[in-house]
Design a protein around this ligand. Structure first.
Ligand SMILES: Cc1cc2nc3c(=O)[nH]c(=O)nc-3n(C[C@H](O)[C@H](O)[C@H](O)COP(=O)(O)OP(=O)(O)OC[C@H]3O[C@@H](n4cnc5c(N)ncnc54)[C@H](O)[C@@H]3O)c2cc1C
Length: 647
């Protein structure tokens, strides 16, 4: 687990009358963002004078109003979230005061990160314990399943009442309410103990861990941590029935489930979310079938990628997708992230090797998607939909994969260049020969220096950038000869590596990501660009590093145009060099913008997880995101699977 300087810390405080300018700015922002969600129109809000905004801020910060605002903790910083609750006197004075939640807004880049949960918890606490309200009520549009699931998760229930939706009188607003505990009484509508008891009822004692050490170990994957949450418990499933029991139990209690393989993800997809359990699949690690003639295997989700490859190799077969984490990461995690890897240049990514899946759905039922054959086009391709869904649609409990032939011959070519752009040009030159290497990896000078330091090698003396290419199959030697020729003609110093040295180079490349996981000194990404833009993109990265006065290191699955740039600084001391942090963040944002401008993507293989949600809106327009949310609602109407991730 690593910390990240980029953590977006939220300070939640009550609006003051003096905050009127911040209020005006956020109000205009929320009205442009979702005009239909508020009664006021953007045009009307724009016509308000400064005096009117001052009056509004005074009213909203008055005694009968709780207006909470979230910001990053520095005075005058923009508001990232707002929630307004008003307190009403009931008609019957003997009854408790009533709170009405009338407005919620979370800025797009903060969505899905738990800010709405924090605002709601805080608003309920103040309304109940400080202002003495006995109940809080709200209205939600009848079609807004996401909002309903959110409020249900927070203990709101349907009152049975409804009224016309203010902005569209033809539709209904459904009334939900929740009792508010007075001061001193716990906020939880149910003690976690009752839930844990239910969870443990059908599991062996060693399968449910509630001790702090285990909960801390399983709280996060290797991605940057924005908002560390400890799960209520970690559950170690050992069978499909275990998973079904866990899902049913969580569904009954409205507890979110974060599935976890080996926790090697680098986007925060397996980070615990508020009030969740982590469901570890690592003990479901059996290879159930290996059908050498069909060239397929059926595995449980916790099988480690390298173990499947070792078993397949006994039959002259291999499981092709090989993330550099292949010795640790699980097939279930690979499926959920649609992992790529070195060999994907030739053999495709995980989705291209998955034929069928067994998945436990949000109601605990088990489905089987896909087929045992390489071909099969019946109906919508649900298998492909689950691959890459990052644990948000269901829990993968079985995977049928396609195996490929383990190449008998492999040739490795190392081409050293005086600069990184030359290596990027080499990638295109190889493509133009129409030879398809199995592996085509690109390492820059910073990465070579790092490897030399780690392994005592002399890569840095041989060049400033390395293009590492492997051809395989019966034509490997002829293909390698062609590759060597074209790279030498392009100015590279080309060597044919001996088998042992080649294997060592490839293994060094695989581990070059290892200690590069984002920490306080580095930020990194996994964009992909069309291969024709590789040279331009590498040039743009180098320019960004200069502009923002940060260092740059890049490794790339160059055959796929998938780059892992890392921006770093020698030393970040928050006291004396806070500016370095913002320079790193700027460089990172610029690298995303540049990739998108070139027709690329924010994530080639690591997934959106939690960390990249802030950029997703830059790549996918609202209609596409809305469609994805509707798919999510279809599979998981109560939103218990990995909330706040992936979409
Ligand atoms: C050194 C290193 C090198 C790496 N190299 C690569 C690389 O070359 N290519 C690449 O693509 N990635 C790479 N990664 C990232 C990571 O290894 C992959 O994303 C991998 O697929 C994660 O597998 P995991 O078992 O660790 O899953 P986890 O990290 O545990 O989980 C990843 C996601 O999958 C979900 N999930 C896990 N299991 C299930 C399940 N059974 N059902 C439903 N959802 C599930 C989780 O909720 C989470 O969203 C690398 C990471 C490291 C540390």
């Amino acid at each position: 687990m690593s910390g990240s300087w980029a953590a977006q810390v939220n300070r939640i405080r009550r609006l003051q009358a003096t905050d009127w300018e911040l209020l005006r700015d956020v109000r205009l922002e929320m009205l442009s963002d979702t005009p239909m969600a508020y009664v006021e129109s953007l045009a009307a809000a724009r016509r308000q004078t400064d005096t009117q905004w001052q009056e509004r801020a005074a009213t909203m910060s008055g005694d009968s109003s709780i207006t909470l605002i979230a910001d990053d903790g520095t005075d005058g910083s923009p508001i990232s979230g707002l929630m307004r609750v008003v307190i009403k006197q009931p008609q019957d004075p003997s009854r408790a005061l009533q709170a009405m939640l009338i407005s919620v807004y979370v800025a797009p880049e903060h969505r899905g990160l738990g800010l709405a949960d924090q605002l709601l918890d805080e608003a309920c606490a103040i309304a109940g314990a400080e202002l003495g309200a006995g109940v809080i009520e709200l209205g939600v549009h009848e079609d807004n399943a996401r909002a309903k699931a959110f409020y249900e998760r927070h203990g709101f229930e349907y009152t049975g009442a409804s009224r016309p939706y203010p902005q569209d009188k033809a539709r209904l607003e459904i009334v939900m309410a929740r009792r508010l505990p007075p001061a001193g009484e716990t906020q939880q509508s149910e003690s976690p103990g009752a839930f844990i008891d239910d969870l443990g009822a059908a599991l062996a004692p060693g399968q449910v861990a509630v001790d702090e050490q285990t909960r801390t170990t399983y709280a996060a994957d290797l991605g940057p941590v924005l908002d560390l949450q400890l799960p209520l418990a970690v559950v170690f499933a050992e069978s499909v029935e275990d998973v079904q029991h866990v899902v049913r139990s969580c569904a009954r209690h409205g507890v979110p489930i974060v599935a976890r393989g080996a926790g090697t993800g680098v986007s925060g997809g397996a980070h615990a979310s508020q009030g969740c359990i982590v469901l570890s699949l690592e003990r479901m690690n059996r290879i159930l079938q290996l059908n050498a003639d069909d060239e397929t295997a059926v595995v449980e989700p916790g099988v480690v990628n390298a173990d499947l490859n070792a078993a397949a190799s006994e039959h002259g077969l291999m499981y092709a997708p090989d993330p550099a984490s292949y010795k640790m990461s699980t097939i279930g995690g690979n499926v959920a992230t649609n992992a790529g890897g070195l060999r994907c240049a030739k053999y495709g990514v995980t989705r291209d090797s998955v034929l069928a899946l067994d998945v436990v759905l949000a109601d605990g039922s088990l489905i089987h998607t896909g087929h045992q054959t390489f071909k099969g086009v019946a109906g919508y391709d649900l298998t492909a939909l689950f691959v890459g869904s990052e644990g948000t649609l269901g829990i993968v409990v079985g995977v049928t994969v396609r195996l490929r032939y383990l190449p008998r011959e492999v040739q490795t070519v190392a081409a050293f260049y005086p600069d990184f752009r030359g290596a990027a040009a080499g990638v295109l030159a190889v493509g133009r020969t129409r030879v398809q290497p199995a592996i085509m990896e690109m390492l820059d000078a910073g990465t070579l220096a790092q490897l030399d330091e780690l392994y005592g090698s002399d890569l840095g003396e041989r060049g400033q950038a390395l293009l590492l290419i492997q051809t395989d199959g019966f034509g490997a030697a002829a293909e390698a000869a062609l590759v060597r020729e074209v790279l030498a003609a392009g100015g590279a110093a080309v060597t044919a590596e001996s088998n042992a040295e080649a294997e060592r180079l490839i293994e060094m490349r695989r581990s070059s990501r290892g200690d590069e996981v984002d920490n306080e000194f580095r930020v990194g990404e996994d964009v992909a660009v069309p291969r024709s833009r590789l040279v331009d993109y590498v040039a743009a990265l180098e320019a960004m590093a200069v502009t923002h006065e940060v260092q740059l290191k890049v490794v790339a699955h160059a055959g796929d145009g998938n780059l892992h740039p890392t921006f770093w600084v020698d030393r970040v001391d928050r006291e004396v060099d806070a500016d370095a942090m913002s320079r790193l963040n700027q460089a990172l944002d610029d690298s995303i913008d540049a990739a998108l401008a070139m027709g690329g993507t924010i994530t080639g293989e690591h997934g959106v997880g939690q960390y990249k949600l802030r950029w997703l809106g830059l790549e996918q327009p609202e209609p596409i995101r809305e469609l994805q949310h509707r798919i999510k609602e279809l599979f998981d109407p109560a939103g218990i699977f990995n909330p706040g991730k992936a979409i």
